[in-house]
Design a protein around this ligand. Structure first.
Ligand SMILES: NC(=O)c1ccc[n+]([C@@H]2O[C@H](COP(=O)([O-])OP(=O)(O)OC[C@H]3O[C@@H](n4cnc5c(N)ncnc54)[C@H](OP(=O)(O)O)[C@@H]3O)[C@@H](O)[C@H]2O)c1
Length: 304
């Protein structure tokens, strides 16, 4: 498997795929410092956002990971909002069974770049809710999906001229000592490198890092934060910051085309009480990520 050259953030340090493939013998501190620095909000580095309006629901939304537990909610909410949806599925028959004829379905696997060009052709928006699974996949290699797969998807999106790419990752991706890295072959660090491929792609993007995912009905009040600060992963899982997958899906769809979310990375959790969400208020005040991309205000401008 080929290894991409390290991405170089503005700090001049580097994060290398090779450095995390080996597991726990790694230079964690270096990786941690570099990743943390990437995520430091730097408001002055970016063009100001242009208000809280949604750009447009015109155009085709491609959902990757649509057959997943969050992805199905993403598709259903996008359809309710009036988006035209194409599902990228490695099991098209499962997608057809779930969504019927309400969506386009394209067979594609992010481990196979050749499948992604056709899947992304003509796309305006992308939501990626991909996740590798140790339980489902006996040949589990998280970097093939979380990093290389994301990189391939981002490249295909770029080639297709996508206007906004919204990606789900996870709280804790900047934390090498997170228990999930020990348990699942550094899966969070591979997700972090996947984030970087999007962050440095030149695409307009938003990265959403949920807390622990639950299968409740949603409809709860939400909180956002930045900087991946929560670190108390040794507490019982039922005490983790969490969010229902149904609510996470709303966040990704509501994020589409919002200029104030351009080049933003944020964590999202539920307050565990039911309540309506004021999306403009929720997203107000999020700071842009440090570093590229250059401002592209026209691409996400609201309709005239
Ligand atoms: N579980 C948690 O508590 C938690 C917490 C924070 C963040 N997250 C992250 O949140 C995201 C959504 O989680 P989830 O539980 O909803 O995910 P999920 O149910 O595991 O769904 C993952 C999706 O990715 C697809 N996929 C996997 N490998 C693929 C490949 N090679 N090519 C194309 N599609 C592929 C799966 O397709 P198939 O249906 O064909 O398998 C499925 O549709 C994931 O990134 C996850 O890591 C999870």
């Amino acid at each position: 498997m080929s290894v991409q050259p390290p991405l170089r953030p503005r700090t001049g340090a580097s994060v290398s795929a090779r450095s995390i493939r080996g597991g726990p013998r790694l230079p964690w501190l270096r990786v941690l410092v570099v990743l943390a620095s990437l995520l430091t909000p730097l408001a002055a580095a970016q063009a100001p956002a242009t208000g809280g309006t949604v750009a447009s629901r015109d155009g085709l939304l491609v959902v990757a990971g649509a057959t997943g537990r969050t992805g199905v909610h993403v598709v259903e909410h996008a359809l309710r909002k009036g988006y035209q949806v194409r599902v990228l599925a490695r099991r098209p028959e499962a997608a057809r069974e779930r969504f019927g004829n309400r969506v386009q379905i394209v067979a594609a696997d992010v481990r196979d770049a050749a499948t992604l060009g056709p899947a992304l052709a003509g796309a305006t928006w992308v939501i990626a809710s991909l996740g590798s699974s140790q339980g489902r996949d006996p040949t589990y290699v998280p970097d093939e999906v979380e990093y290389q797969g994301t990189r391939r998807l981002v490249e295909a999106a770029k080639a297709a001229g996508v206007r906004h790419f919204v990606m789900i990752t996870a709280m804790g991706v900047t934390q090498p000592d997170h228990p999930l890295n020990r348990a699942s072959r550094n899966v969070l660090l591979w997700k972090a490198l996947g984030e970087n491929t999007l962050r440095f792609s030149g695409l307009d993007y938003t990265i959403v890092r949920p807390g622990a995912l639950l299968d409740g009905p949603g409809g709860e009040r939400l909180t956002v934060s930045q900087g991946d600060q929560f670190r108390d992963w040794e507490r019982p899982r039922n005490e983790f910051p969490a969010i229902d997958r149904a609510d996470l899906a709303l966040v990704t769809v509501e994020a589409l085309g919002r200029p104030p979310l351009r080049a933003r990375t944020f964590e999202v959790t539920s307050e565990r009480v039911r309540g309506a969400v004021d999306w403009d208020a929720l997203f107000a005040g999020l700071k842009p990520d440090r570093g590229p991309p250059a401002p592209r205000p026209a691409a996400m401008a609201p309709p005239r």
